[in-house]
Design a protein around this ligand. Structure first.
Ligand code: NAI
Length: 326
């Protein structure tokens, strides 16, 4: 099977080529270009297309892929809110993803953001480099003995619950389904989790039901808020209003609304079309990273392996059902 990889960075190529030795029947073509209506024609002659979470895979893109004979869309990520699934079905394109590559990678990044922003590591780092050894502005909070509120306790949320438990926190959670493995976690309605928690971390998918959920107004004062899931789970204007009204001790974001143009690109020379990023970055108690939660050696190896396994299974007519998006 010939697979064309869109938006392939050098680290993607290295990781996939390392794994591809074990899949000799797969031929790969790597493209720097992202998958769009215009670039879809480059998939001519390829049965499979591999894309990442930062591509917007609309009905028109899928129609073009279908016209060029593509049968399989391999998402090298867990999230798929960027794919028009109904259109994929209409054009007979099977969509497979990598549901759980390294939940710990994302959960550890969520805790890294929570700690960094709570202990003002981002400020301390810069101050000491400037020979400023004063502690003014660096006052932190303990996590030990506090309450962590985890929204979504699937693979990543469960890993975050375990990390918070290890920090000596009381862990409470909200999910539409309770995770039976987390016997140390107490489930409450969303509003109660938001009201009671000192640290809130989002780990649910972006769906119609979870889009712009009313969360900020319910949170307690001086809360630490972390989002490594999807930007649009919260309304960014409400988040900015909350930051301005000094509701938060700190905010750590690996994802934010309108990140799509920025994600994984060096835009140092650009004039950005939106002021969301600039506004978020203007606050001293906010840290933003660019969707790097998944970015560990272990996670990339698992992503490449599962993506190639997905392709091989499809070729043999044995789709891995739990990896299929419908
Ligand atoms: P998962 O599918 O294992 O767990 C998601 C959990 O959210 C499930 O338990 C589900 O019942 C729950 N859920 C669904 N709708 C909900 C709602 N409205 N309110 C509360 N809970 C709800 O997914 P996983 O692997 O844990 O990933 C979670 C999210 O993390 C993904 O959807 C993705 O958006 C994000 N992610 C971020 C990455 C990054 O690099 N920052 C990398 C990978 C995933």
């Amino acid at each position: 099977m010939k697979i064309i990889f869109y938006d392939a960075k050098q680290y993607d190529i290295d990781s996939f080529e390392k794994q591809r030795k074990n899949y000799p029947d797969i031929e790969s073509i790597y493209l720097e270009a992202d998958l769009t209506e215009d670039t879809a024609r480059l998939a001519e002659g390829c049965e499979g297309v591999c894309a990442f979470v930062s591509s917007t895979i609309t009905g028109s893109v899928l129609r073009r892929l279908h016209e060029h004979g593509v049968k399989l869309l391999l998402m090298r990520c867990a999230g798929y809110n960027n794919v028009d699934i109904k259109a994929a079905d209409k054009y007979g394109i099977t969509v497979l993803r990598v549901p759980g590559y390294s939940p710990e990678a994302v959960a550890e990044h969520a805790m890294a953001l929570a700690l960094a922003v709570t202990r003002r590591i981002h400020k301390g780092y810069i101050k000491v480099r400037e020979n400023n050894f004063s502690l003014n502005g660096l006052m932190g909070l303990d996590f030990h003995g506090k309450t962590a509120g985890i929204i979504g306790t699937g693979r990543i949320g469960a890993a975050m619950c375990r990390i918070c438990h290890g920090f000596g926190m009381r862990v409470i959670a909200y999910d539409v389904y309770q995770n039976p493995d987390l016997d140390f976690v107490k489930y409450y309605p969303l509003s109660e989790v938001l009201r009671e928690s000192d640290l809130i971390s989002l780990h649910c998918p972006l769906t119609e039901a979870s889009y712009h959920t009313e969360t900020i107004s319910l949170m307690k004062e001086n809360v630490v808020f972390v989002n490594t899931s999807r930007g649009a789970l919260v309304n960014t204007e409400d988040l900015i209003k909350g930051i301005r009204s000094r509701k938060f001790h700190g905010v750590g974001l690996d994802v934010y609304e309108e990140e799509t143009e920025n994600v994984f690109e060096n835009r140092q020379e650009d004039i950005l079309e939106s002021s969301v990023t600039a506004r978020l970055l203007s606050f001293p108690n906010v840290i933003v990273t660019s969707h790097q939660g998944f970015f560990t050696e272990e996670a990339l190896a698992a992503i490449s392996r599962t993506t190639l396994e997905n392709a091989c299974a499809f070729e043999r007519g044995r789709i891995i059902k739990e990896n299929q998006v419908k």
